[in-house]
Write a protein that binds this ligand. Structure first.
Ligand code: FPP
Length: 258
């Protein structure tokens, strides 16, 4: 008989220092399916459970923004059947989960070139965003047909067409031209499946983010894995270019607030 209960990573989280914004590159669905002798789409179907677990864990931990890389600009190059299946899965999941999102006070948002998505997909996303627009506990941001280079290119085009003067261009101004202008930068980026790449995701916004890589394939990623990533983040010293000695308690407070 076990005489003690294993401590959950949730109990080890410092509640005063939870990242406000966590971004996730959900990777490994195809490999997960293949390892079971199944089609890649089977991995995507099972990936939805990991999305649910992450949303639940984020609300429980007090995270305010969760951005998921659900479909990249480059993913359009996948076989037609896989792209279609992913779009159908997305529509189906939104329709199915909307009540649950409302119950948990989760507000849905999207970033990316969503106009390139099929009309049915755009319509369900619009309805989902409208129906959850009053929720404030967690902002769930789906990156769809998104890539950071696309986003930066669009921002530059808009800055030029707005005839912004060179001396007016700075970090803050650029921030207002990004698709993420309404959200703080992520403090923590998680990537599953053992790959250690950023793959064109939020390149501007993750300038100071801590990176957490896990071998776990996305369909296996669960609440505990999410809390573990937060604990890993909290074990890091965030210096923002300063030396360790220069960090004052004020900086540490700032770190906690960011
Ligand atoms: C990466 O695995 C995963 C994707 C490109 C799609 C992620 C989509 C979901 C989890 C489904 C639903 C999402 C929402 C938000 C409802 P991969 O196919 O690149 O895996 P591999 O690297 O093993 O081939």
């Amino acid at each position: 008989m076990r005489l003690y209960l294993e401590m959950s990573f949730f109990d080890q989280i410092d509640t005063a220092n939870v990242p406000q914004h966590i971004a996730i590159i959900m990777d490994g669905n195809g490999r997960w399916a293949k390892s079971q002798g199944k089609e890649r789409i089977f991995g995507h179907f099972n990936g939805v459970e990991a999305v649910r677990a992450s949303v639940k864990a984020a609300t429980k931990a007090g995270v305010k923004y969760l951005t998921l890389y659900a479909f990249s600009t480059e993913n359009w190059n996948r076989p037609k059947e896989e792209v279609e299946a992913l779009m159908n899965l997305l529509v189906h999941t939104i329709v199915q989960e909307i009540e649950e999102l409302n119950k948990n006070e989760v507000r849905l948002h999207t970033i990316g070139d969503t106009q390139s998505l099929p009309a049915s997909c755009q319509e369900e996303l619009r309805r989902g965003m409208e129906r959850t627009s009053g929720n404030t506990r967690l902002n769930l941001i789906l990156a769809l047909s998104y890539s950071a280079r696309w986003e930066l290119t669009e921002a530059i085009k808009k800055i030029i067409s707005d005839q912004v003067k060179p001396q007016e261009v700075n970090d803050n101004l650029i921030h207002t031209y990004l698709t993420t202008k309404d959200y703080p930068d992520p403090e923590l980026l998680i990537r599953t499946s053992g790959e250690k790449r950023i793959s064109n995701f939020l390149l501007w916004q993750i300038a100071y983010a801590e990176l957490h890589f896990t071998e776990t394939l996305w369909p296996d990623f669960n609440e505990e894995d999410f809390y573990k990533a937060i604990c890993d983040y909290q074990s890091r010293e965030r210096r923002f270019g300063k030396t360790s000695e220069q960090l004052t308690s004020g900086d540490k407070l700032l770190t906690e607030k960011q």
